[in-house]
Design a protein around this ligand. Structure first.
Ligand code: GDP
Ligand code: CA
Length: 322
């Protein structure tokens, strides 16, 4: 079986780790292709940082800080302390010492002329993803960056997505998201093929606006999903109208969409076949989409609980196929 997933950072990575565990039990030969959001990417101190790809690498590769959900386990911040001593800015983005190794090597390889896809494949090798039959692809090789236009009354100001998310904690209302470079971006090699050739396409509970929504904006991706003969099934990132973590509600309100599981599925209604929800959202109905209620909380508390969510999702994919 060939499974293709679109993914952001923490929500995507945790789900995919559970999905891989479930596949190892029931279909170990299956291939998992992950198309990662790169809209969160940012250049800091001359280094290219790809937060969602790094979270996917560390989580799937067994090196993530479990409590936090991102960054490296057993991390320190001595380098960042030195930067602070020099008065270097910004200081609001945490750069751990081990994590900096990834940013440095990525930046070096990019400077040597390698594509983001090639660099990601090399990083994935170190984290043992190919051995797990996981192929990690950036959504595009073109540098793109999500910017947030802030709603500050008279004045219009845009900041990098990371500044809004991390420094401003998404507390300043956003009026819209602009993805610099996306209209000129092409899907990375393998991305459209992975959607066309998949047996199942999955949407983990990633942020519908600034993770999945950005990937859907890559030219050709949405059309590939609409044209797919494989079932497209997703896991709701909201339970009872609230994101499990992060500020998806602030992102949804910026694009004028209600914070409900049904409204999120509505964003995908042109290609979605199945939608898995929490028991608290059992009454959710979405036109043209088959909903299923997970047998237990839709919470990725640990790998076994997440594997059970993946099992429900794969069962839903089988039901919508027939
Ligand atoms: P980010 O890039 O690190 O923000 O991560 P993603 O975009 O991949 O995922 C963020 C989304 O995951 C948020 O909207 C959360 O509501 C959702 N999420 C996180 N943990 C859980 C969970 O345990 N269950 C569900 N259903 N959603 C979750
Ligand atoms: Ca992200």
């Amino acid at each position: 079986m060939r499974i293709t997933a679109l993914a952001g950072g923490v929500g995507g990575a945790r789900f995919l780790r559970g999905l891989r565990a479930q596949l190892d039990l029931v279909a170990p030969e299956s291939e998992l292709t992950v198309i990662a959001n790169t809209g969160d990417d940012i250049s800091l101190f001359g280094l290219r940082v790809c937060p969602d790809i790094d979270t996917l690498l560390y989580t799937l590769g067994g090196g993530v800080d479990e409590g936090q959900g991102w960054g490296r386990a057993d991390e320190s911040t001595r380098v960042q302390g030195e930067l602070a001593a020099y008065g270097a800015v910004p200081q609001w983005f945490t750069l751990g010492d081990l994590d900096l190794g990834t940013h440095i090597v990525r930046s070096q390889w990019l400077a040597q002329g390698q594509t983001a896809s090639a660099v990601t494949a090399r990083l994935a090798q170190r984290w043992g993803l190919p051995e797990q039959r996981i192929r990690l692809l950036p959504m595009t090789d073109t540098p793109v960056e999500t910017h947030v236009v802030l709603d500050e009354g008279e004045t219009q100001r845009a900041v990098h997505f990371q500044e809004w998310w991390v420094r401003l904690r998404a507390e300043v209302p956003a009026s819209r998201f602009v993805v610099a470079g996306l209209d000129r971006a092409a899907a990375a090699p393998g991305v459209l093929d992975a959607l066309r050739d998949a047996d199942v396409i999955v949407l983990p509970p990633s942020n519908p606006v600034v993770s999945i929504g950005i990937i859907l904006g890559v030219p050709g991706v949405r059309d590939a999903l609409r044209g797919s003969t494989a079932p497209v099934v997703g896991v709701s990132p909201l339970i009872s109208g609230r994101p499990v973590r992060g500020h998806a509600d602030a992102c949804l309100s910026a694009i004028g969409v209600e914070s409900t599981s049904a409204a999120v599925a509505g964003l995908y209604a042109d290609f979605l076949d199945g939608w898995l929800v929490d028991p608290a959202d059992a009454s959710v109905r979405v036109r043209g989409v088959q909903t299923a209620v997970h047998d237990g909380p839709l919470l990725m508390t640990d790998v076994p609980a997440t594997a059970r969510i993946a099992e429900s999702l794969l069962a839903l994919a089988e039901r919508v196929r027939t």
